[in-house]
Design a protein around this ligand. Sequence first.
Ligand code: F6P
Length: 498
Amino acid sequence: MSLKPAAKLINTNLSAHEIALDSAYQGIDDAAWTSLFGLAKKVKLEQFIADLFAGKPVNNSENRPALHSALRNLNKTSVLVNGQDVMPEVTEVWRRIEALCNKWVGVTDVIHIGIGGSDFGPRLAIEALAHVPDVDSRGMRIHFLANIDTADLNRILQRALPNSTRVIIVSKSFTTLETMMNAKAVVKWLKDHGRTDSQISHALYAVTANVRAAKSFGIDPNNVYPFWDWVGGRYSVWSAVGLPIALQFGFDTFKQFLAGAHAMDQHFKSAPLEENLPVIMALSLLYQQQKHHIKSYAVIPYADALDWFPKWLQQLDMESNGKSVDRDGKSVKFSCPVVFGSSGSNAQHSYFQLLHQGTEMIPIDFIAIREPMSHLPEAKEHHRILLSNCLAQAQALAHGKKTDNPNNTYPGKRPSNLLILPKLNAFYLGALLALYENRAATLGALWNINSFDQPGVELGKVLAKPIEAALKAGGNIQANEDIDAITANRINLINQFH
Ligand code: F6P
C-alpha cells in the first residue's frame, strides 16, 4: 500500500452533506479504479440505482420494489408502486405519528416488542440519540424486548410501571413467533396487574404490514400504524417502526432523522460514480475481496453512541447479501463478507491485536465524530485522545512496522476507510444509516445478488417446530424424518434434566 494517495483518478477525500470519506488507505491505484468503474458500468450500476428509486421490482424473487427511500422522501414527490402513488399513505402515517406525539402524556415506560429489523433500527437510534448532549427527550424508559428468552422479559417487567406503560408491537409479518409470544406475555402482565380490557386496549399499539393480523390480535384499529410490503424489515426504521424515536425525542427529531437519510439518497442518486460515497465504499470493499480475498471486514465507530451500529449493520449487510447464488440462481464467486465491530477505543483493547498481526487481512471502516459528545470540562481533551487513537490505528495498520523480532513486527498494508461526521445528531445518524443501506444495495448490484429477500432464515424456523414438540413431550426420542440422530441425542440430553 503506498503511503501517499496513489489514485489521481478519484479524489480520495470525498464528502456528501459534510460527511467526509477518506479512502486513501485503501491502496487502490488509478488502474484498479479504472477497472472498478468499468465493472460498475458493465453491471449497469447507474441504471440499477435509478430502478431502485423508481420502484422497479428490484426484489426479483418476491417481485417487489425496495422503496424504503420513499419513507424518507420529505419533499413528497410521487413514488409509484403498480401505478399508484404511495406518498399520500406515507404522509398520512407521518401525520398520525405527529398527532400521537402531541397526545403522549403521562407515559413512564414503553415496551417495544419486535426482533431483527423490527428491533435493531429503533434500538440503535434511541441509544445513539440519547447520547446527544442537550437532546430534547421525554425521558421515558424505552425497553426493547426482542428475544424469546424470558430473561429479557423478566428484567423489563420488573422495571416497568403497569399503570403508565404503553406497548408497541412491531412486526412486518405479525406472525414472528418471538414477537407474538412476548406480546401475549406482556398483555398477560398488564391483566395480572389489574388493568381492565379497555385500559389494555388503550395501552397497546401495533406497527405492521399485516394490519388484519394486528386487528385480530385485539389491537384497536386506531392504534395500528401500517407499513407496506415494499419495505424490507431491515430497512423499516424509517417507517412507523421508528415511532419510539418520535415519541422520545419529538416529531421534529424524527423528521431530521428522515431528512439525513433523504439527503444521502439524493447524493447516491445524483453524484457521479467517482464522487459517490456509497459507491466508492462498495467498490473499495469489492477490490479488497477480489485482490486480497478478504473474508470479513470491521466497522469501528469511535463513539459510544454508535455501539449498536455494527449490530444493525450485521443484519443489513449479511441478511441482504449473505447469499451464494445470483439473481439468476447461478453460484457466485463472491458475496457478503462477515462484518463485525464495536465502538473504539474499547475495540482496541479487544480484537485489534488480530487486526494488526493476525494472518487475515481485515479491512476496516473507521467512523469518527468531529465534535465531542458532552459538555463536560474534560470533553475536549478526551475527544482529542479518542480521535488520535482512531487516526493512529489506521496509520499503524497501513504502514506496519518492521523489526528484527518477528513477534514485534507489524505487516502493515491493511486497508481502511475513514468516515468523519461533523457531529452526531438525528440528521447525521439518518445519513450514516442510509449511506450503508445504499452501499449494501450497490454491493448487491456488483455481485448480481438480490439484496432484498432472506430465504435462508426459514429452514431453521420450520425445523424448530418438531424439536419444540419433542422437548415439550419430554423423555427419550429416536431419530425420525424431522429430527436426525445428533439432534435427537441433544434433545435427550436436555430432557434428562427435566
Ligand atoms: O429473521 C428474519 C426476519 O424476517 C427479518 O428479516 C425480520 O427483520 C425479522 O425476521 C422480523 O420479522 P417481522 O418484522 O415480520 O416480525
